[in-house]
Design a protein around this ligand. Structure first.
Ligand code: ADP
Ligand code: MG
Length: 691
């Protein structure tokens, strides 16, 4: 048995644990004292507020906490290998029964006269005709019994609350080296309690206010070290790495400006300016461009691509799906080709021979710009002179993929990240905290917001009537069906059948059908006909989600709208309202769940992409939103990205200030912080400082 307990001490060596119990702790992911101390309770039990026998019926199906003296205990075996221990207890003004399932030994433990505390749920036993408590946890009341507030932990088989509390108490009392890495001045500035005290308070609270401050401390830490990594990376990019200085003036950009079919919005001009200034500078660019659907991000991308190419470099544009890649390819190639820029697309589905040829051209710099999916980061892809990369819809990629793409170059490339899915503030500060940001906060002139309505399926005929009038006036419409994965046969069939039905409903119009199973050439023919107004109605699965751009389309119907995510609905809706005429969007669905109701309300209530993103985050939670796992950050155990924004801001400020004063954390007084960052990032700090 170790005499001195340290944070690194194996739990096994704590008094009262041993190898067998240590295995149980391991089942919870707990090996050493440090991990144990950070295993916080998910709730507390207030033992000064007990229920009594009389309360029991009122708590049917609810949790209760009762104290009682055992009167009797009886073991029965209703079925083979199924045991029930039923105990009569006297507590307060009456008696009640409590049952333990499959814990045969309890019959012996529960000797008459024993005082116990039980927690569990009240149920009604039909057979016996009485209320009883299904015991989840119990504790025998001995001399060392503690009233007041006690922690309740997530457990595993063979480990009781009592044992865990006991081990936790011991570890807290005896650990000698749980120190606070944060400099005292920083702690005081942000009014944070000292770490060991905060940890203790979270296990065994002494009062509401102390507990609240202690929680803030732990949340602050979680954000602080993430932001510190960001700050270090940011500082390194700004001060140490040498990148390419691209030429913002040149033949290609001149030609681009001359051939513009419209005047760029002020926001587009500003953002292009920010991007080109970064590209011309000596440090590698790391910039995020946010712009709502239809704000004209393609122009920014095209300008940046041209800047790279006219400086003699190759450029790559990576997007998360094949459909998106293809659409970007069509849209961008059309604009670059006329300037003599050689553009290729690289998709997973391309036949090997075709891919091989593209690999060859990339390696020989016979291709200037490649647009594709993750196929671009395959090992086989080698560039002769990659200098610039764009990632679109960045939220679907993680830091690792970003890094892999950048690693395709022999030099420090410039990086541009674009997203139409507005990033809620808190995520912008964490997951995207190391990027400079540009915002296209203006739509091209003359766009009225899309009016959005919720419609129940039985009211569909009315919407069709509106559609008919709209098309009679020469405008066009989309009808969209969900297709979750492109391979989903049932959805595909539903879309095809609906298409046939719609052809009968609208005999006076031409309809087209677009779905992911069509060959690209076929898709292109349908799209071209729609653009040329040969088709009035385009029936489609979600392949039109991103990129499709037909300003004469003014009405959109989305079927089974409940099956789409909020961000996706917003993207789809963005396909209309691209011209001068006010557009309408109809979301057809029953409102079956509260969640789908919230989504539909969000859509009918606002067209502001940022507001929608915040609501999306609220409804789905951050895990789903960015795939925080992918992003390379540890999971937050206590921090809540929605509720703790103020703490996040404070932590970020503190982290950036620290790095500003000491850009590589080299000062002696920062060594504890540095060590903690290394521990939390599992060595990622080295990676941060090297990349
Ligand atoms: P995003 O990719 O941001 O959703 P796009 O780049 O596809 O948006 O642009 C949306 C539509 O607006 C396209 O038809 C594009 O040609 C048009 N557009 C872009 N910028 C302007 C502008 N400054 N004035 C008028 N139309 C524009
Ligand atoms: Mg776009």
């Amino acid at each position: 048995m170790a005499a001195v307990i340290a944070v690194a001490t194996d739990i096994q060596y704590l008094k009262g644990v041993g190898p067998a119990l240590a295995k149980k702790f391991q089942g919870l992911g707990l090996r050493n004292v440090h991990s144990l101390l950070y295993y916080f309770p998910f709730r507390y039990e207030n033992r000064s507020r007990l229920q009594t026998a009389l309360d029991i019926p009122r708590y049917l199906h609810k949790p209760v906490l009762l104290r009682g003296q055992v009167l009797s205990a009886r073991l029965t075996q209703p079925r083979p290998r199924f045991y029930v221990v039923n105990a009569q207890l006297r507590g307060g003004a009456g008696s009640f029964s409590a049952v333990w399932f499959n814990q045969k030994f309890m019959a012996k433990t529960l000797r008459p006269g024993l005082e116990i505390l039980i927690s569990g749920k009240v149920v009604f036993n039909d057979y016996a005709g009485q209320f009883q408590v299904d015991v989840a946890d119990y504790e025998i009341i001995t001399a060392d019994f503690r009233p007041g507030i006690v922690p309740v932990y997530a457990l595993t088989d063979g480990l009781t609350q009592k044992k865990l509390r006991q081990v936790m108490r011991l570890a807290l009392a005896e650990v000698r080296d749980l120190r606070d890495p944060l400099p005292p001045a920083l702690r005081q500035k942000h009014n944070l309690p000292e770490l060991p005290a905060a940890v203790r308070e979270l296990h065994f609270p002494s009062g509401r206010e102390n507990w609240r401050q202690s929680r803030q401390r732990i949340v602050f830490d979680e954000f602080f070290y993430v932001e510190l990594g960001m700050a270090l990376r940011y500082a390194r990019h700004r001060t140490e790495l040498t990148g390419i200085s691209f030429q913002p003036e040149g033949r290609l950009l001149d030609a681009y400006y001359q051939n513009l079919p419209y005047q760029l919005t002020a926001a587009q001009q500003r953002v292009i300016g920010e991007v080109l200034r970064d590209m011309a500078g000596p440090r590698p660019m790391n910039r995020l461009v946010q712009g709502d659907v239809g704000s004209g991000k393609t122009d920014v991308a095209v300008a940046a691509l041209l800047c790279a190419v006219q400086s003699g470099y190759q450029a790559a544009l990576m997007v998360p799906t094949e459909v998106l890649a293809q659409q970007h390819f069509l849209k961008i190639e059309a604009r670059l080709k006329t300037l003599g820029v050689r553009v290729e697309s690289l998709l997973g589905r391309h036949p090997p021979a075709e891919k091989k040829e593209i690999y060859r051209r990339l390696a020989a710099q016979e291709c200037d710009v490649v647009i594709g999916t993750q196929a671009i980061i395959q090992d086989k892809v080698v560039f002769k002179n990659l200098g610039f990369v764009i990632i679109d819809e960045q939220h679907r990629f993680g830091v690792v993929q970003r890094q892999l793409l950048k690693a395709k170059a022999q030099q420090n490339v410039d990086l541009l990240v674009m997203t139409a899915t507005p990033i809620p503030r808190t995520l912008a500060l964490t997951v995207y905290g190391d990027l400079d940001k540009s915002l296209i906060d203006e739509l091209p002139p003359g766009r009225a917001p899309v009016q959005t309505y919720h419609v129940r399926p039985r009211e569909r005929a009315g919407v069709y009537e509106l559609l008919r009038r709209e098309c009679q006036q020469g405008f066009q419409a989309y009808i969209v069906y969900p297709l979750v994965a492109e391979s989903e046969k049932i959805d595909l069939q539903a879309a095809v059948e609906s298409y046939e039905q719609l052809c009968r409903i609208f005999p006076e119009f031409q309809l087209g059908l677009l779905h992911g199973r069509l060959k690209n050439a076929e898709k292109e023919i349908v799209m071209q006909k729609f653009r040329d107004k040969e088709l009035q109605i385009l029936v489609s699965t979600t392949v039109i989600e991103v990129g499709v751009d037909v300003p004469n389309a003014t009405l959109m119907i989305i079927e089974n709208a409940n099956r789409f995510g909020l961000a996706q609905l917003h993207q789809l809706r963005g396909r209309v309202g691209r011209g001068a005429r006010a557009a309408q969007c109809f979301l057809i669905t029953e409102l079956k769940t509260p969640e789908s109701k919230k989504r539909i309300q969000a859509m009918t209530g606002t067209t502001d992409g940022f507001r929608i993103a915040e609501l999306d985050l609220e409804i789905r939670g951050p895990g789903d939103f960015v795939g925080v796992q992918q992003s390379g950050f540890p999971d937050f155990i206590m921090a809540d990205l929605l509720k703790d924004e103020a703490i996040l801001q404070a932590a970020r400020t503190a982290a950036f200030a620290l790095v500003q004063a000491d850009p590589r954390l080299e000062r002696p007084e920062q060594q504890a912080v540095r060590a903690e960052l290394r521990r939390r990032s599992r060595g990622l700090i080295d990676y941060i400082l090297l990349n």
